[in-house]
Write a protein that binds this ligand. Structure first.
Ligand SMILES: [Zn+2]
Length: 78
C-alpha cells in the first residue's frame, strides 16, 4: 500500500474522532508524515520541531500504532 493511501485510510478511520486532547487525531495525521521524515532524518530536526506529535503518540494508543506502521512503511520505502 502506498504511504499516501495509508494516510488517507487512517484519516478516514480516526479523523472523525474528536477527543478532548490538546491535539486531535486528525491534526496528528496532518503532521505525521513530516514527523516520520524527521525521525528517519529525511528532513533532520522536523520531529523535534513537533513535540505535540510526540505527546499525542504517548497519549493515544491508536495513533501510536499508526505511527509505528507508517514508520515501518517509510523505512521499507527507502
Ligand atoms: Zn490520536
Amino acid at each position: 500500500m502506498k504511504r499516501e493511501r495509508f494516510l488517507q485510510l487512517l484519516k478516514s478511520v480516526y479523523g472523525a474522532r474528536d477527543d478532548a486532547e490538546e491535539m486531535g487525531c486528525s491534526d496528528f495525521f496532518e503532521l505525521l508524515p513530516r514527523y516520520v521524515d524527521g525521525v528517519l532524518e529525511v528532513s533532520p530536526g522536523a520531529s523535534t520541531e513537533l513535540p505535540e506529535v510526540t505527546h499525542h503518540i504517548e497519549q493515544c494508543p491508536e495513533c501510536a500504532e499508526a505511527y509505528q506502521a507508517l514508520l515501518e512503511m517509510a523505512r521499507a520505502d527507502r
